[in-house]
Design a protein. Structure first.
Length: 225
């Protein structure tokens, strides 16, 4: 069964853009606006991870998580980078940029590509994920990342106090679905009943995780009701 009316699929993906951001960061709104625009492209998967290390400024981010701060630290550790900052955009898991530098971000996306396709098929409340084999790359992990497509939040403290700001593709959960092998591929089924009830989307990432550190993203797709 194909998509129902209103369903949005991104499967012919060339780039995954992960934004590390915070509601309490004054430099983040321009990067948030750029992420919102990039997310309208049919070949880009966009995700916003809200970190918790800005909370000390007087505003606890509604979506901030130590887990997402640690994901950003893990990227930097894998790259040998010395510090974390917001807003940071990570392109396909291997290139980190200042998220408000639009020209640099667009240049990185223009040259981006992914190695493996993903097929999504929705039947009722079930999303079937098919990732074919690709012998030219190494085995990798498969993740389902749940996100809120769009929300407006009043900010009561921190550097953005007094503003009501729009946020997009806000990550709310990450689930490790299993492993993909380059010789056999992988298939998974995801129940969308809880996602649909709350208007949540889900992105599928195939990522080269090594020594518990995230690396290059090999494939990506997303679904939103």
């Amino acid at each position: 069964m194909g998509p129902a009316n209103g369903d949005q699929f991104t499967t012919d993906t060339k780039a995954v853009v992960e934004l590390f951001t915070s509601q309490g960061c004054a430099q983040c709104p321009p990067a948030e606006a750029l992420l919102a625009e990039l997310g309208q492209h049919s070949n880009i998967v966009t995700l916003a991870y809200h970190v918790d290390y800005w909370d000390f400024m007087g505003w606890t981010d509604d979506f901030g998580s130590r887990e997402y701060s640690d994901r950003q630290r893990a990227y930097n550790k894998r790259w040998g980078a010395s510090r974390i900052f917001t807003p940071q955009m990570v392109i396909n898991g291997h290139q980190g940029l200042v998220g408000s530098r639009e020209d640099e971000v667009r240049r990185a996306i223009a040259s981006a590509q992914l190695s493996v396709p993903i097929t999504l098929d929705k039947t009722g409340d079930t999303l079937k994920v098919v990732i074919p084999p690709e012998p030219s790359v190494d085995d990798a992990s498969v993740w389902a990342v749940t996100y809120i497509p769009s929300i407006v939040t009043p900010i009561g403290g921190g550097e953005n106090e007094g503003q009501s700001l729009p946020f997009h593709y806000v990550v709310t959960d990450r689930e490790h679905l299993g492993y993909w092998t380059s010789t056999e591929g992988a298939e998974f089924e995801i129940s969308l009943s809880s996602h649909s009830a709350h208007g949540l989307g889900v992105a599928i990432l195939l990522q080269d995780d090594r020594n518990d550190l995230p690396g290059t993203i090999l494939a990506a797709a997303s679904y939103a009701p």
